[in-house]
Design a binder for this molecule. Structure first.
Ligand SMILES: *[C@@H]1O[C@H](CO)[C@@H](O)[C@H](O)[C@H]1NC(C)=O
Ligand SMILES: *[C@@H]1O[C@H](CO)[C@@H](O)[C@H](O)[C@H]1NC(C)=O
Ligand SMILES: *[C@@H]1O[C@H](CO)[C@@H](O)[C@H](O)[C@H]1NC(C)=O
Ligand SMILES: *[C@@H]1O[C@H](CO)[C@@H](O)[C@H](O)[C@H]1NC(C)=O
Ligand SMILES: CC(=O)N[C@H]1CO[C@H](CO)[C@@H](O)[C@@H]1O
Ligand SMILES: [Zn+2]
Length: 582
């Protein structure tokens, strides 16, 4: 507390004493308020100076390939040339015209070759459309329809760059056919957008990669760093027969940790709602996934003499318990979404983020109260909420056969998308404890994931728990290393200098996470530098492209942006300088 003004200091009048008592009272009251409320924490967030050194989210200089300074006409032609555009429209339209719809739970290729035969037609189309690629690259077919192209570089000491996409598309629901403006497999171009299933997810990416390589070959480009292009064919059904086999093939051929970086489909550049500026948002993490399957078996009998609780009633009790107690949100620096918000807070040219929220974001990594403010803000948005929280959804319940027979078997399936800051083990553990709680009340046994965890020595029934298709939380891609610097640098050059030459602020590359999973789940062993990233600009990805929905479409300008990016990126990283030191 500050001393009283000096000129009053030498007096010892009763007035001074009374003042002093008043001051002490005020101090005590203030301390009480600070100690018993969050006021002190609030004040820290609101008033402490912001740490605006950009160490939390460095801005990297634009990077362009040497070829650009020699002759910038090719990349400008990709973006603005009418010939290139027209040819490119035809290539993507042709790819959309080959139906490669895929359904869930299809048998493997050797078990049912006819199911997959449609991909033969797609391969023929690619071969016809990209003759130079097929003439110069080694093309491997993994599990018959997985495509792996290898463009050998002259320097084997450089790890290959890997670009990926998938050949398959989600099905068009028959009853929605009438709602499409243009037939889903026509590839109609209306002068601005190209329409059709796969136009944005993600035949555009596949065609863009091949167009880029074809063009570089045509220009006589010979890379030092090898380039791999890999296209699975069942990404929309978890990639088990496509990318899984490709991943095994690549790991066997090139080894563990043998790839420079992987760029797969994902978010691109978007209009950030907080800063109202364009940010590049490569996905650097993915949530985990686990379905837990519960089967409750109890003795049957006649409904006229029922127990107090039938198996359906008991399952009802369990579901009540589950929903009553959702997962708590948790946000640490491990979660790319915190890095994303830090980037937005540090690079906010129009000062659109309120001062208090900015303070909270920048302190969130080390200040529990600030962290809770950020989490609370996220919880208010349905879209943001589950980026920091494990979701649980009771999706299937089945049981009961007859009005006069007690149900003997009831099945329940609960789907979970696991927070980056949690683990599959935590989810299983918590689920088991809820089941045990219910089981104890009803004298039931519990067998969880192959282990007997509760035995009643009593034949009153048993819960059996299994997990289906669990997928670990993806390893988070490292930030701010050299690989990151090149990704961010090329993004800046393509979008600041070529696509948006009038932009007033630098485009910051900020990590993000995907709530779904891509084929990269099968590529974790190949590199830690995985980016789910399709650098093209849409202010609102979901609404602008209708991915998985009626009238899927892509603004054709954005397809050219993607190709311009690949064209520059392949050349920019074609040097040992783009490697991480180690
Ligand atoms: C491309 O190069 C020409 C000169 O060859 C130059 O005038 C022009 O500004 C360059 N464009 C860009 C976007 O750098
Ligand atoms: C590109 O296609 C449009 C529309 O079909 C056509 O009008 C135009 O002449 C074409 N441009 C070139 C250079 O072929
Ligand atoms: C067996 O289950 C019945 C019915 O729930 C219960 O009344 C009885 O106490 C249980 N016996 C033991 C040994 O747990
Ligand atoms: C990665 O390697 C480990 C250890 O060899 C193996 O168990 C795992 O299946 C591999 N993961 C993938 C996705 O291939
Ligand atoms: C067994 C092994 O060496 N695993 C490594 C393979 O490479 C990935 C990513 O490059 C590493 O994270 C694994 O530890
Ligand atoms: Zn996709």
């Amino acid at each position: 507390m500050v001393a009283l003004p000096l000129d009053n200091y030498n007096t010892t009048t009763p007035l001074w004493k009374r003042k002093s008592v008043g001051a002490i009272g005020a101090i005590v009251a203030l301390l009480l308020v600070l100690l018993t409320t969050d006021l002190y924490s609030h004040l820290k967030v609101a008033l402490l100076p912001l740490d605006t050194s950009d160490s939390l989210c460095p801005l990297y200089e634009p990077i362009f390939p040497k070829s650009f300074s020699v002759d910038n006409s090719t990349v400008l032609d990709i973006l603005y040339g009418e010939d290139f555009r027209n040819a490119s429209i035809a290539k993507l339209a042709g790819a959309i015209q080959v139906d490669t719809q895929i359904f869930d739970n299809q048998p493997d290729v050797p078990d049912s070759p006819e199911t997959w035969a449609k991909f033969k037609k797609f391969h023929k189309y690619l071969e016809k459309t990209f003759p130079i690629v097929y003439k110069n690259l080694q093309v491997e077919k993994v599990n018959t329809y997985g495509l792996v192209y290898f463009w050998k570089g002259s320097d084997d000491s450089l790890k290959p760059l890997m670009l990926t996409a998938h050949q398959d598309v989600v099905p068009v629901q028959q009853d929605t056919l009438k709602d499409w403006t243009y037939p889903p497999f026509e590839g109609h171009y209306d002068g601005e957008f190209i329409y059709g299933r796969g136009a944005a997810d993600c035949k555009n990416v596949l065609i863009s990669i091949l167009e880029t390589i074809e063009l570089l070959l045509k220009k006589g480009y010979q890379p030092q760093r090898s380039v791999i292009a890999a296209f699975g064919f069942d990404e929309e059904a978890s990639g088990v027969v496509g990318a899984a086999k490709i991943g095994q093939y690549l790991e066997k051929t090139y080894g563990n940790d043998s790839v420079y970086a992987i760029i797969d489909e994902g978010p691109g550049l978007l209009l950030d709602p907080l800063t109202k500026t364009i940010l590049a948002a490569p996905g650097t993490g993915e949530k985990g996934y686990i379905d837990i399957d519960v089967e409750l078996t109890t003795p049957g009998g006649h409904s006229s003499v029922p127990p107090d609780h039938t198996s359906i009633g008991i399952i009802g009790e369990l579901t009540y318990l589950i929903e009553k107690d959702p997962y708590s949100p948790l946000l640490t620096s491990k979660n790319p979404i915190l890095s994303y918000m830090q980037c937005a807070a540090l690079h906010d040219p129009y000062d659109n983020i309120p001062r208090y929220l900015k303070g909270a974001i920048l302190r969130a990594a080390h200040d529990r109260f600030a962290n809770s403010r950020v989490v609370k803000t996220m919880q208010q948005s349905k879209l943001m909420k589950y980026l920091v929280q494990t979701s649980q959804a009771i999706d299937i319940v089945k049981g009961g056969e007859k009005a006069n027979a007690l149900p003997e078997h009831v099945k329940l399936l609960v789907n979970h998308r696991v927070n980056i800051d949690s683990s599959l083990e935590e989810v299983k553990h918590r689920f088991v404890s809820r089941v045990v709680e219910v089981a104890k009340r009803h004298n039931l046994a519990v067998e969880a994931f192959g282990e007997l965890v509760l035995d009643t020595k009593n034949n009153s029934g048993v819960f059996v728990l299994n997990s289906q298709t669990p997928l670990d939380i993806a390893p988070v891609t490292p930030l701010n290393d050299n690989v990151w610097k090149y990704l961010a640098g090329v993004t800046r050059h393509v979008f600041e200098d070529l696509v948006f030459p009038d932009i007033e602020y630098p485009i910051v590359t900020s990590p993000s996470i995907m709530t779904g999973n891509t084929d990269t789940r099968h590529y974790w062993n190949l590199t830690r530098n995985i980016f789910r990233y399709s650098p093209l600009f849409t202010s609102d990805m979901i609404h602008d492209t209708n991915i998985h929905s009626v009238d899927e479409k892509l603004k054709f300008d954005t397809h050219l942006q993607l190709t311009a990016f690949f064209y520059e990126y392949i050349q920019a990283v074609d040097t040992a300088e783009a490697d991480n030191e180690n």
